[in-house]
Design a protein around this ligand. Structure first.
Ligand code: BES
Ligand code: MN
Ligand code: ZN
Length: 491
């Protein structure tokens, strides 16, 4: 999908569809008012008849209209003006995109809503474009008959001064699509080696530096916790290291992603119901790769290191066992009491590696615990940190990107949950309670003094059911948050 900007009067915009927002509980305004005049008062009459209320995501397609250059018109409810924010604009555009991508068309034009002083035009444009990507992209990668096709071109009708915002929206939209695609690919096709090949393509196209560590190199780098998880699988592990050097001699931000391309649980085998969506367990690594692509394309003046730990977690005669004790890269020993708590094992080594690469700040993203979903539900990531100022910065980046993260406490006494009788720590919290936090306490052992934020994205990375604004499947969550975080990193 190409993304373009057009400034001409709405009535003159040639398109298969022209999409226009309608506010609830107020007279027609802006784009709708402008079109109403050209359409002989059609929109006013629809309002008066009560057919178009402007409620959130209300969709009214109008066919065979005359008086404007567009072939068809779709009215989209914006809801109440006082309640509009980044996320609601994402939903606004996504709902329209979902409907309009059900049949193939060439060109969709979207009139950028005039949202007033609360949100500037740059933010509004980026929210609408992000929503359109979200609604138009499909999880049906392997269907013989494609059921959803984005238009060839999305043309946003807005001021010519927004060209730079448009470019950013396009880069972030493609990056989010990449993350979703990687999550949606079946685990027979996407495993550590093929993920690494995708990263190689990204690196070649963007100029990112890429290092792919194979088993021998991982052994030499003392990544024994990661290797222990990988041992049960026929598929060899990989550690990917991407570097974007845009910040000269300034500090480096490291983004670290959990990339379990399939999580069967290992010998602590999951049930079918628990395992059925576990191709999504690499969503953290997908978000890191996608964000690195966007950061490079945007040429952001920041040093960023992307570390992706890729393994498959499988049971076999070679698999790690309960009671095994592993020595992680930083020398700490770990008693394995549940092979399904594998994410923290691979992240232990990946975080220690990022620290050794002299990262000044760390963020990790991981589909780490079901417990985080018990605490916060589907759409909200848990945020755990060893540094208040750094977690505030990550929270404000998430807010600016319209994504939801919420802090969970890291009181020192939670450390007791991972005390082991035989090693420096054990890999489970030992009870059903505070499971997201005991996992974070485990990770904290591997970041030293470096300011670190852990985002548990088990909930938001995967949509179990489709809704009005997207299909079921991978969501591409937190890619935009990471790009925003990089933008404000030195600020
Ligand atoms: N990948 C899972 C967590 C998960 C669950 C992600 C549901 C997305 C949806 C993780 O590796 C896992 O299995 N965690 C265990 C930890 C437990 C064994 C301490 C869990 O949450 O049950
Ligand atoms: Mn697991
Ligand atoms: Zn997992």
């Amino acid at each position: 999908m190409r993304l373009t900007l057009q400034t001409s009067p709405l009535a003159k915009v040639a398109a298969d569809w022209l999409a226009v927002g309608i506010w609830e509980n107020e007279p027609l305004a802006g784009a709708a008012l402008e079109l109403d005049a050209k359409l002989g008062g059609l929109l006013s009459r629809l309002r008066e008849a009560g057919d178009v209320a402007g409620k959130v995501r209300e969709l009214t397609p109008l066919y065979q209209i005359s008086g404007i250059a567009a072939k068809r018109l779709i009215l989209i409810g914006l809801g109440l003006r006082g309640k509009v924010d980044f996320a609601s604009l994402v939903g606004f555009a996504a709902a329209a995109a979902k409907m309009l991508s059900a049949k193939p068309v060439q060109r969709v034009a979207l009139a950028l809503p005039d949202v007033g002083p609360a949100i500037d035009a740059d933010t509004a444009l980026r929210a609408c474009a992000a929503g359109f990507y979200q609604g138009a992209s499909s999880a049906g990668l392997r269907k013989s008959t494609i059921e959803r096709t984005p238009p060839e071109e999305l043309c946003i009708v807005a001021s010519a001064s927004l060209q730079e915002s448009l470019r950013r929206a396009w880069i972030e939209g493609r990056a989010t699509d990449l993350a979703r695609e990687l999550v949606n690919l079946p685990p027979c096709d996407l495993y550590p080696e093929t993920f690494a090949e995708r990263a190689r393509v990204v690196a070649l196209k963007t100029g990112l530096e890429l290092q792919i560590l194979d088993e021998q190199q991982l052994l030499a780098e003392r990544m024994n916790a990661l290797l222990a998880v990988a041992r049960g699988s026929e598929r060899p592990p990989r550690l990917l290291v991407l570097r974007h050097r845009g910040g000269g001699d300034k500090p480096t931000l490291a983004l670290v992603g959990k990339g379990v391309t399939f999580d069967s649980g290992g010998l602590s085998l999951k049930t079918t119901d628990q395992m059925v969506d576990m191709k999504c367990d690499m969503a953290g690594a997908a978000a890191v790769l996608a964000a690195m692509q966007a950061i490079a394309e945007l040429q952001l003046p920041v040093n960023v290191l992307g570390v992706m730990a890729l393994v498959e977690n499988m049971p076999s005669g070679k698999a790690m066992k309960l009671g095994d004790v592993l020595k992680a890269r930083n020398g700490k020993t770990i008693e394995v009491l549940n092979t399904d708590a594998e994410g923290r094992l691979i992240l232990a080594d990946a975080l220690a590696y990022a620290v050794d690469q002299k990262a000044s700040h760390l963020v990790d993203l991981a589909t780490l615990t079901g417990a985080c979903m018990v605490a916060l539900g589907y759409d909200v990531a848990g945020l755990m940190s060893n540094d208040d100022a750094w977690s505030q910065k990550v929270l404000s980046a998430a807010q600016a990107a319209g994504e939801k993260a919420w802090p969970l406490p890291m009181f020192p006494h939670y450390r007791e949950m991972i005390k082991s009788d035989v090693a420096d720590m054990k890999n489970t919290g030992g009870s059903r309670y505070a499971g997201a936090i005991s996992a974070a306490k485990f990770l904290e052992e591997f970041v030293g003094e470096t300011p670190w934020v852990h985002l548990d994205i088990a909930g938001p990375s995967w949509a179990e059911k489709e809704n009005a604004t997207r299909e079921a499947g991978g969501t591409g969550c937190f890619v935009r948050t990471l790009v925003e975080l990089v933008r404000i990193f030195y600020g």
